[in-house]
Design a protein around this ligand. Structure first.
Ligand SMILES: Cc1cc2nc3c(=O)[nH]c(=O)nc-3n(C[C@H](O)[C@H](O)[C@H](O)COP(=O)(O)OP(=O)(O)OC[C@H]3O[C@@H](n4cnc5c(N)ncnc54)[C@H](O)[C@@H]3O)c2cc1C
Length: 471
């Protein structure tokens, strides 16, 4: 692996192909036609070689937790990208692989006429394995580009212990990166490339049928609240900066109202870049305190998660926890649990705790769970399962199955936070040991929990967000 610059690594030793037809950008996680460093790098390469650019995006049927919900959200962003790329003079192909009988090895096929391959350098879930596999299959140079956050992940040499250790490092260099994104135009605007790969028409009226034909989990339906794509992401961003950001510091923990950005699913699928969201917030007409709190979450907390999954290859296990947390778990492993629930009872929101059940209902019905109850949700599963490992596996499964924003560095860091990651030891108690403790009783008193519970009960008949804050 050779580092080309702070955002780009060359993953293999292969050369660029002479006499190729195009440069290939294999889009995996940054599902957007602008504000994308991987796209920019691919355009630069194409311009150097005088070639046109082909953007290839595929969706397979067998990735973990593939469901109607995740598929629909992704497909909702396809046709607008086709239009945006057409306007930019770039070819775009989207291939939906429906089942085992559908054509396979399509990335390899489209790479065969390419001078080189550019792809996304995303540090978790299935992407690192995809990138290893394409290097084995492809005969040309493969570059991975980091367009995950505002600061390139390579600016940090190792895993940071917590927010307080990464924050000063981020703040020291933030000005250099917190700037308008510069788009690069393609020189060779031959957008009519005939790729050796099927191209799926994902027009709005076709999505439901396409999804029903895929060999995926049909028990998790599409979200009726969150719709995929960059246009929907921008619409939500606009509402957030105009109507919610001015009071974000007061409303972000109020689960019963629409008081946070609800951008996590758009950020996860890369429909929206964090630089675009951060710039919109910085330029908004809102108090500095509110902006600072939002930017702390969007930049410091989010980039801490990316730092964690990039540098800790045990990010998907309790082994990535700090020593004090692992030790306290060893000491309290045999503590008696007052209540225990099976994974199915938890999934069905069948516990004695109304607030916990409401949080579980929120993620099942909408595809997201509010941050404030998400912490409590995770803590209570630790209290109600027989082992810490079972708690972790259950949380990862439920979060990643139902959350549109799941399978993200924030998913692993958020769940592990409940076990002490990025936190400090607290007073010792049963089951939790030195891990921070939260109860539904005290958490529920800090916001309108009764209204929140009622809202989650109404979601089946009236799938809509709660009202925004009114003074
Ligand atoms: C058990 C548990 C599981 C979690 N799972 C996920 C997940 O699957 N995906 C996910 O994106 N986040 C996850 N989080 C972090 C956080 O709950 C969500 O990012 C937040 O609820 C998203 O809502 P929002 O977009 O309205 O956030 P806002 O408050 O508007 O914040 C803006 C953005 O900042 C980032 N952010 C906010 N809070 C955090 C945080 N604590 N850590 C890291 N980044 C943050 C997110 O990208 C978010 O969209 C989890 C937290 C916990 C405790």
């Amino acid at each position: 692996m050779e580092r080309i610059n702070e955002r780009v690594v060359k993953l293999n030793d292969a050369d660029e192909r002479q006499g190729a037809d195009y440069v290939l950008y294999w889009m995996q996680m940054y599902k957007r036609a602008d504000h994308n460093h991987a796209l920019n790098f691919a355009i630069e390469k194409a311009n150097d070689l005088g070639l046109p650019l082909l953007v290839y995006e595929g969706l397979k049927f067998y990735y973990p937790w593939a469901s109607d919900r995740l598929h629909t959200f992704i497909l909702e962003g396809v046709e607008e990208k086709r239009d945006a790329f057409k306007d930019r003079g770039i070819s775009y192909v989207f291939y939906l692989q429906k089942d085992d009988d559908s054509p396979k090895q399509t990335v390899k096929a489209v790479s065969e006429k390419a001078a080189l391959v550019v792809t996304d350098d995303y540090p978790c879930f299935i992407i690192p394995e995809h990138n290893r596999a394409i290097c084995e299959k492809s005969e040309v140079a493969v570059y991975a580009v980091d367009s995950n956050g505002i600061i390139p992940m390579s600016k940090f040499e190792k895993e940071n212990y917590a927010a307080y250790t990464i924050r000063p490092k981020i703040n020291k260099i933030l000005d250099e990166y917190f700037v308008t994104f510069e788009e690069i135009e393609i020189g060779n605007k031959d957008a009519g490339i005939d790729a050796d790969c099927p191209d799926t028409d994902c027009s709005a009226d076709k999505i439901e049928h396409l999804v029903s034909e895929c060999d995926i989990d049909h028990s998790v339906p599409a979200s009726l609240i969150y719709k995929g794509g960059t246009e929907n992401a921008r619409e939500r961003l606009r509402k957030f900066v105009e109507e919610i950001l001015p009071t974000y510091d007061k409303t972000r923990n109020k689960c019963e109202i629409d008081g946070s950005s609800r951008l996590s699913s758009y950020l996860h699928f890369g429909f929206l870049s964090s630089i675009e969201a951060a710039l919109a917030a910085r330029e908004a007409d809102a108090p500095e305190d509110a902006k600072d709190e939002f930017l702390e979450e969007l930049i410091v907390r989010r980039e801490l998660s990316f730092n964690f999954t990039k540098f800790n290859d045990k990010y998907d296990s309790l082994e990535s926890l700090p020593d004090w947390a692992r030790e306290t778990m060893r000491e309290h492993a045999d503590d008696e649990r007052e209540y225990t629930y099976t994974a199915k009872e938890l999934e069905n929101a069948e516990t004695h705790d109304d607030l916990w059940n409401a949080a579980q209902r929120e993620i099942v019905e909408t595809g997201e769970m509010h941050n404030y109850v998400r912490m409590l949700w995770g803590k209570n599963v630790i209290a109600w399962t027989k082992t810490y490992e079972e708690a972790f596996d259950t949380l990862v499964h439920l979060n990643n199955k139902y959350g549109l924003d799941g399978r993200d560095p924030n998913s692993y860091a958020g769940i592990l936070w409940c076990f002490g990651k990025h936190d400090r030891p607290w007073f010792e108690r049963d089951v939790f040991g030195k891990m921070r403790y939260m109860t539904s009783n005290s958490t529920g008193k800090k916001f309108g929990s009764k209204q929140y519970i009622e809202w989650t009960k109404s979601l089946k008949d009236d799938p809509s967000l709660p009202a925004t804050y009114e003074e």
